[in-house]
Design a protein around this ligand. Structure first.
Ligand code: DAH
Length: 336
């Protein structure tokens, strides 16, 4: 009887096995009662006593070896199976899903949209101008003299001589009037830039400019329009006052204050105990500005105003640090 190929045959079959099911099947077909090894043991009957003893010993050795070998493999596949189950148990399919994070509008955008909506309802169109502006439009055309402190490099970002990042939205007044004849009735929202950075100033912020020019536009029109705006924005009971002021491009000029929304006029830290919060600058367009754009200042009059959007948003939402708008902290932004 030739048993020389038996071990190789078993090894060859086992080494191709890749999972526990195949291994079980192979175990039966190799070591089972009607398996390959049993077949060999069966054939021992045909041998004489001596041969039978030697061959029997050899076959049994192979059988013991195959048993061990298969046992090892069983352990190996069991371990893989156990690890698989463990991994699967880490996924809890009954757990609630993660809700997607919805984006929302920035509080400055919301405030800008509200301002545009209110002035839109009063017949004002939206005009725009560039953020990188000629020094002429930002200053000279607005009657701001060359010795004005705003023209210092400390206060204004200069791109190169004669070109600045606009420090206010007022240059859009000039650009609009150069491009069209009266009547003019616009607001100009946009970003503005100043070399400033502290609890109440960021180097970039937003303004909305307003300009109304026609025959017979009077200071009472300015008061009426701005009163309507303030009562729409902050509520119909909001007290307001016009306080004499100075701007080079308006004459007369007025700053507009509203009653402090925190203390209701009693005096607090926010209004510096005055009971009032300044929210915008305004005035009747200076005749020199009309001359600069070629309008006939004998024929027409107009008013202008400019407000800081961050300041309005801070008052409206009760925010005490302007820098919050630009930290991009989702915990802050998700409140609006
Ligand atoms: N441009 C001014 C500023 O940035 C604000 C301003 C004041 C605009 C009076 C106006 C105005 O149109 O009439 O401080």
């Amino acid at each position: 009887m030739d048993i020389s190929g038996l071990k190789e045959k078993i090894e060859g079959e086992i080494s191709r096995i890749g999972n526990i099911e195949d291994l079980k099947r192979a175990k039966v077909s190799l070591l089972g009662r009607k398996g390959v090894v049993a077949d060999y043991l069966d054939k021992l009957k045909t041998l004489d006593k001596d041969q039978r003893r030697d061959a029997g010993k050899a076959i049994n050795e192979i059988k013991t070896w195959a048993d061990l070998r298969i046992g090892e493999l069983e352990k190996h596949f069991d371990e893989i199976e156990r690890q698989k189950k463990e991994r699967a148990s880490l996924i809890d399919i009954t757990m609630p899903g993660t809700a997607p994070l919805f984006g929302r509008k920035h509080p400055i955008t919301l405030t800008l949209e509200e301002i545009i909506r209110i002035f839109g309802s009063l017949g004002f169109a939206v005009a725009e101008g560039p953020d990188i502006e000629a020094e002429y439009y930002n200053f000279e055309a607005l009657n701001i003299p060359s010795d004005h402190p705003a023209r210092d490099m400390q206060d204004t970002f200069y791109i190169r001589p004669g070109v600045v990042l606009r420090t206010h939205t007022s240059p859009v007044q000039i650009r609009t009037m150069e491009a069209q004849l009266p009547p003019v009735k616009i607001i100009a929202p946009g970003s503005v830039y100043r070399c400033d950075n502290d609890i109440s100033h960021t180097p970039m912020f937003h303004q909305v400019e307003g300009l109304m020019v026609d025959k017979n536009v009077r200071f009472s029109d300015l008061k009426g329009i701005l009163s309507i705006f303030i009562h729409e924005m902050f509520g119909p009971d909001t007290p307001l006052r016009f306080r004499p002021s100075y701007f080079p491009f308006t004459e007369p000029s007025a700053e507009v204050d509203i009653g402090c929304v925190i203390c209701r006029g009693a005096g607090c830290r926010v209004c510096k105990d005055t009971g009032w919060l300044e929210i915008l600058g305004s005035g009747m367009v200076h005749p020199q500005v009309f001359r600069n754009v070629g309008y006939d200042q004998e024929e027409i009059t107009g008013f202008a105003f400019g407000m800081g959007v961050e300041r309005i948003a801070m008052i409206k939402y009760g925010i005490d640090d302007i820098r919050q708008f630009y930290y991009n902290d989702i915990r802050f932004l998700s409140q609006f």
